[in-house]
Design a protein around this ligand. Structure first.
Ligand code: C2E
Ligand code: CA
Ligand code: CA
Ligand code: CA
Length: 281
């Protein structure tokens, strides 16, 4: 009963804030995280397999808590979603990612095209003023819209396919790109996929990581790549950790890849070091 009480307090009772219940402390802390500068971004390179070069980066949020240390996004993004703080956090993430990218494009003109991918959670995706928020970030930073890619999970898109199609159309009118994240895990209807104005499918890492051991998963990855080709979409394989996986993806004709084999998510210094090395794979 005590556990249930906690859950209810978090979910339904904003007046309970300030009691000793841990999730609420965490909520209060998260509210202050932005102003205290405790939120940061990591950037993980996405590699074009056509030329082995960096196509761009995915921005991934981190929360460095004064007492808890680094809180992973799997812990605080759901809390931020539940409490609505994701709107403010998302705004910060998008703006900061765009600011960085504009600066890096200046600093590293040879590192073309330098796209930036930003995650949108389900609640952000259904936020009524999302288009205005994205517009503000683009205009406020001077970011080229065609280099911004918003990642939305397949399951968030399929929650309400009709509304999603409308929202995607509104977003696409800004000339940005849209990527379906965690593709293969969310039961998309292929007919919907065809009607959504999307640019990229990102194959969920669960399929990629098991390709070597599980013939079935290799076939799933191959099929998604074929599907993407037929629909004229780009395809990214995430969670690539081994040279064998990379070789298989190249053989299948997968266009882009991301994972620890190339690089973990990096801080700003790490990115600048990597871009300075002018590496390819
Ligand atoms: P995601 O969008 O699917 O991001 C990929 C996750 O896989 C990241 O975890 C990344 O660090 C991790 N990863 C990258 N390469 C590899 C690999 O080779 N092997 C394995 N095992 N993992 C790899 P991370 O950074 O902990 O983020 C977890 C999730 O949190 C993300 O999943 C995304 O859904 C969410 N998230 C992160 N940042 C944001 C954000 O700014 N806004 C929103 N709404 N969600 C975010
Ligand atoms: Ca993602
Ligand atoms: Ca993903
Ligand atoms: Ca995932």
């Amino acid at each position: 009963a005590k556990e249930l009480g906690k859950a209810q307090a978090v979910a339904f009772n904003p007046n309970m804030r300030g009691t000793t219940v841990t999730p609420l402390d965490m909520e209060t802390d998260l509210r202050r995280a932005i102003e205290r500068g405790e939120l940061t971004l990591r950037f993980q390179p996405i590699i074009s397999l056509a030329n082995g070069r960096i196509q761009g980066f995915e921005a991934l949020a981190r929360w460095t808590h004064s007492k808890r240390g680094e809180v992973p996004p799997s812990d605080f993004i759901p809390l931020a979603e539940e409490t609505g703080m994701i709107v403010e956090i998302g705004q910060w993430v998008l703006r900061t990612a765009c600011e960085r990218t504009v600066r890096w494009r200046d600093q590293f003109p040879k590192a073309e095209p330098m796209e930036i991918s930003v995650n949108l959670s389900s609640r952000q995706f259904h936020q009524y003023d999302l288009v205005r928020m994205v517009t503000n970030s683009l205009e406020g930073t001077g970011m080229d819209p065609s280099l911004l890619k918003l990642e939305i999970t397949e399951s968030a898109l399929m929650e309400n396919a009709h509304l999603s199609a409308q929202m995607l159309n509104d977003l696409k009118s800004l000339k940005i790109q849209v990527c379906v994240d965690d593709f293969g895990t969310g039961y998309s209807s292929l007919s919907y996929l065809h009607t959504f104005p999307i640019d990229t499918l990102k194959i969920d890492k669960s399929f990629v990581q098991d390709m070597g051991r599980n013939r079935h998963n290799l076939e799933i990855v191959r099929t998604i790549c074929l599907l993407a080709q037929n629909l004229r979409l780009d395809v990214i394989a995430e969670g690539v950790e081994t040279p064998e996986q990379l070789a298989q993806l190249r053989a299948i004709g997968c266009g882009f890849a991301q994972g620890y084999l190339f690089s973990p998510p990096l801080d700003v210094d790490g990115v600048e070091r990597l871009l300075g090395e002018n590496r390819s794979w």
